[in-house]
Ligand binder design. Structure first.
Ligand SMILES: Cc1cc2nc3c(=O)[nH]c(=O)nc-3n(C[C@H](O)[C@H](O)[C@H](O)COP(=O)(O)O)c2cc1C
Length: 186
């Protein structure tokens, strides 16, 4: 027997994306977004409420960065999802985050979050609240690279958002090889 839950946006895994922007006066802002995913090969799709300071900043600067939330900074990642830059202009500093300007777009990178996508705005639709961005660079701190120079998820320890239990979980172990294991059944 299956249990029906109705029209819920239940999904595993949901990401923890930390969207960082600059305000009009150059103050960095950041917010937590779980309603987002990669779209096409070099685009990202985010569903962002037009009321957020982040959206105002993106529309003004046409740029943003998307960092991956990590287990180490779970509390700070949650905090930036709780308060708005409209009411707490120094929320990034209060979260304990420090920022460095992206070399590629007019937006800040969060120093404590070692993996990020640096993006330019493609479009924002007020009705659907779908924001599309073009990824112009992906970057990672050397501290999370493996011997081959690739991002090591075991070092990054990305977290996912469980919207059913309102918890964060760390991404788990490798259980198989993609584009490979299925060949056994071909
Ligand atoms: C776990 C979590 C996930 C969230 N996901 C989204 C989301 O996908 N889209 C959105 O518009 N707001 C989302 N929020 C809410 C914003 O992060 C929050 O309203 C934030 O304070 C907005 O900040 P700003 O006004 O400084 O931009 C989420 C919050 C949390 C805690």
């Amino acid at each position: 027997m299956r249990k029906n839950f109705g029209a819920k946006s239940y999904l595993y895994p949901k990401p923890v994306l930390i969207i960082a922007t600059y305000g009009e006066d150059g103050t960095p802002d950041a917010m937590n977004a779980a309603w987002g995913c990669i779209a096409d090969t070099d685009q990202i799709a985010l569903y962002l409420s037009a009321s957020h300071q982040t959206v105002r900043n993106i529309l003004a600067r046409k740029a943003f960065t998307v960092s991956v939330g990590t287990a180490q900074y779970e509390t700070a990642c949650d905090y930036v999802g709780l308060v708005s830059g409209k009411n707490v202009p120094d929320k990034v500093a209060r979260a304990g985050f420090h920022t460095t300007r992206s070399e590629f777009v007019d937006a800040p990178l969060i120093d404590e979050l070692p993996m990020a996508l640096e993006c330019r705005l493609i479009s924002f639709d007020e009705d659907s609240e779908l924001l599309l961005g073009r990824i112009v660079n992906a970057s990672a701190d050397e501290s999370i690279l493996n011997g081959a120079g690739q991002i090591d998820p075991d070092k990054l320890r990305p977290i996912t958002y469980d919207s059913i239990h309102r918890t964060y979980r760390v991404l788990g172990e490798v259980v198989g090889r993609a584009y490979s294991d299925g060949k056994k059944l071909q």
